[in-house]
Ligand binder design. Structure first.
Ligand code: B12
Length: 249
């Protein structure tokens, strides 16, 4: 069975979408017409409305536009990998580790490469946590080391080896020029070069990341916006226990 979906604006299936973009021209009537023609004539959009036009810096203009598309998609054919672990909550995770693993789970977290945004990884690791959900430092059955930002790949991996980590948690926030991808791939490659890729569980997270991307880039899991520390703790508990059981066999 096919369930075709189309964007919803004012009414079902009208195909209306909102777009924002910048053109490298000064603001004015000509810029507005250029934005309209780009969407209508060059991109095949219908009913184009330029809702807002604002000059930014010199010779650049930012637009918000509405337009409709005839494009649609078969929703039933959409298949995407997701992290399947349920959220066991703070108490559930700790009980699980205590009863099934009987040792602490050790993690190192930080930001390698260019990125200096630490708030995301702090939200997952630091005691205070995020959105009312305690961070990993608060879990009695976790030992978490927050290494900060702009780590060199070797520095990151050396610390993971030094503390005998189970998992390496990487945060990637800046996506300009795909720097997040470059940095993420670089870390995985370095881990492979040093024979460390299979020693640790590699987890990546950030506001513009998905589990699918994480897997494609060679990580074990990827977490996106709104992730709670207990989501990560639950995943890690299951994954470390699963690997420990595998080793016992
Ligand atoms: C605070 C901030 C800064 C602070 C960072 C301070 C710090 N110590 O982190 C400062 C001022 C230093 C800064 C600098 C820059 N910033 Co800034 N910054 C922001 C801002 C306003 C908030 C980010 C934030 O803290 N979010 C809150 C946290 C909790 O959310 P989060 O990161 O998404 O984390 C959650 C999830 O994604 C996930 N998660 C994140 N990491 C991980 C990791 C793991 C392992 C897991 C499991 C989950 C996970 O869990 C978290 C909790 O749910 C954003 C805009 C915005 N509103 O988002 C811009 C923003 C991220 N910055 C931006 C930019 C461009 C920069 C600069 C490059 C600017 C410049 N030209 O100098 C520099 C970066 C320089 C560098 N080398 O990195 C852009 C990025 C654009 C892009 N697409 O790449 C943004 C989006 C602003 C914008 N709209 O342009 N920034």
């Amino acid at each position: 069975m096919q369930r075709r979906i189309r964007p919803y604006g004012d009414k079902t299936d009208d195909g209306v979408i909102q777009m924002s973009f910048t053109l490298p021209v000064p603001a004015g009537p000509r810029a507005r017409e250029a934005a309209r023609l780009l969407l209508e004539r060059e991109m095949g959009m219908k009913d184009v409305k330029i809702a807002s036009m604002e000059g930014i810096a010199t010779d650049y203009t930012y637009f918000v536009a509405y337009a409709s598309t005839q494009a649609s998609l078969d929703y039933d054919a959409v298949d995407v990998p997701i992290v399947k672990t349920p959220n066991y909550g703070f108490t559930g995770v700790n009980q699980r580790i205590e009863s099934e693993l009987k040792r602490h789970i050790i993690v190192v977290g930080g930001n390698n490469g260019f990125d200096s945004h630490t708030v995301g990884i702090d939200a997952i690791i630091n005691m205070k946590g995020f959105s009312g959900d305690y961070g990993l430092e608060r879990y009695p059955w976790f030992r978490a080391f927050n290494l900060g930002a702009q780590l060199k790949d070797d520095e990151f991996l050396d610390r993971a080896v030094e503390v005998n980590a189970d998992a390496v948690l990487v945060s990637k926030v800046v996506t300009q020029r795909d720097i997040h991808k470059e940095d993420a791939l670089g870390l995985i490659q370095r881990a492979k070069d040093r024979g460390l890729r299979d020693r640790f569980i590699f987890v990546i997270g950030g506001p513009r990341l998905t589990h699918k991307e994480g897997l494609e880039w060679g990580f074990d899991a990827g977490f996106g916006p709104g992730t709670k520390p207990s989501d990560v703790a639950s995943y890690l508990a299951d994954e470390v226990i699963r690997r420990a059981r595998g080793r016992q066999r």
